[in-house]
Write a protein of this length. Structure first.
Length: 436
């Protein structure tokens, strides 16, 4: 391969050195009288210039230098810088197909970790186009497809990778998770049982199987598997969080709080765990602890579900009788999530507690409009009274429908439908006049 002369570059040697992020430790070989700590500023630039005047790198050397600095950036989660350096590496002319395949796979990995799954799929597909199929790139693209919601293609990639390396447990685990996302729980269980049969100490497989059991309605088995995962990896906060949520769904709020607290001892900055513990405290009537946890969750930023934290805190304020603060938080929920029926209902309760019946009626009506089948919203709406003529007619029709479902024969209902509806309209108009 012909050497690529840096000296022929349009930019000064020092700029090239800086762009390549040549490490001071590499330059020390040019001047052993300097320590690494002294090699900075002008001395660094001088040494860099000397280095480049003597170095005539090949295309592979140049690309590897860019790749090395990109890898360092990735270790620091500096995705933007990592991508820039890997892009520079891919721009070096004269690289072999094998080298291009490697660099595309590495940049695809960075896109994956930064959440840009479409570009990850594109790079990883380019990698497979330039080089032979390899399990690492297929694994990475399978993950990218999974994160993009393309579970069929995710399964295809993991299956292809398994044919290349049938002993790699990670491939079976991730394929199982893709199967679970497709609700193909039998296939997911088969993969995970196979992994655990060959390695009973695979903590991640227990967590994945627990999620599959939970999806299948077997919370008891899910708790067993999460407990096994915790035994194998007691510092994994995620397993405590997930087991806590199962206890939460079983209305075992104290056990849920214990698991959430264990998770927060490991990772106190986790917003979802703080929010979940807040909700459990609310459900046990521990409103002060709930306010503390929800406040922390809001500070940390519960993206993309920040409205949940405000909703839980509003409920705590409401139960404590701090109605103005509850109204504030419910209003914030509606700014973030305008169609949240529960927030309208909760704010209506706060307005009603303050004696602002008109505003309460409006919120109850909106909650009922959004979720007409919810019995609490319907009861609050009916108890508060209608607010508009349209509501009067809706109530009349609803009353007629309700009578029709009491078991009377179809012939009787047909005969008296108009009488019932007129009576309901009359009663509703009276209610409107009374409540207005």
């Amino acid at each position: 391969m012909a050497a690529l002369s840096v000296a022929s570059a349009a930019q000064p040697p020092v700029a090239v050195c800086d762009r390549l992020a040549i490490r001071p430790s590499l330059l020390l070989s040019l001047d052993e009288t300097q320590t690494q700590g002294e090699l900075h500023g002008e001395s660094f630039l001088a040494a860099c210039g000397v280095f480049l005047r003597h170095w005539r790198p090949s295309a592979a050397d140049m690309a590897d230098a860019f790749y090395g600095s990109g890898a360092e950036a990735l270790e620091k989660d500096d995705f933007g810088r990592a991508i820039r350096h890997l892009t520079a590496a891919l721009g070096v002319p004269g690289l072999s197909r094998e080298h291009l395949a490697f660099l595309y796979s590495e940049r695809g990995r960075v896109f994956n970790e930064s959440g840009d799954y479409d570009r990850a799929v594109q790079d990883l597909s380019d990698s497979l186009r330039y080089g032979p199929q390899d399990t690492t790139t297929l694994y990475r693209r399978g993950i990218a497809y999974w994160n993009s919601g393309d579970y069929d293609r995710s399964v295809e990639d993991f299956t292809t990778a398994i044919r290349l390396d049938p002993e790699d447990a990670a491939l079976y685990r991730e394929r199982a998770d893709a199967y679970r996302s497709m609700a193909r729980l039998d296939h997911a269980m088969a993969d995970l049982d196979s992994v655990l049969k060959s390695d009973p100490e695979d903590e991640k497989a227990y967590r994945y199987r627990a999620a599959a059991h939970q999806q299948n309605g077997r919370r008891d088995l899910a708790i067993e598997d999460y407990t096994a995962a915790i035994r194998l990896a007691p510092d994994n906060a995620e397993a405590y969080l997930d087991r806590g949520w199962i206890h939460h769904m079983d209305n075992n709020y104290q056990r849920a709080i214990e698991d959430y607290s264990a998770a927060l001892r490991i990772d106190p900055e986790d917003a979802p765990t703080n929010n979940n513990r807040c909700l459990a405290h609310v459900q046990l009537g521990r409103y002060d602890q709930a306010l503390e946890d929800c406040g922390r969750s809001i500070e940390l930023g519960l993206a993309p579900n920040l409205h949940w934290a405000y909703d839980n805190r509003a409920r705590a304020y409401l139960e404590k009788g701090q109605h103005d603060r509850a109204i504030q938080d419910y209003t914030k929920v509606l700014e973030l999530h305008p169609d949240d029926a529960n927030a309208f209902y909760g704010r209506g309760r706060a307005f009603e507690a303050k004696g602002e019946t008109g505003r309460a009626r409006q919120d109850y009506e909106e909650a009922y409009r959004l979720e007409p089948d919810d019995p609490d919203y319907r009861a609050a709406y009916l108890a508060a009274g209608p607010t508009t003529l349209i509501s009067v007619i809706a109530l009349a029709l609803m009353g007629t429908s309700a009578l029709g479902t009491l078991g009377y024969r179809k012939r009787w209902r047909a005969q008296y439908t108009w009488i019932l509806m007129l009576a309901s309209i009359g009663l509703s108009i009276g209610a409107l006049a009374y409540y207005s």
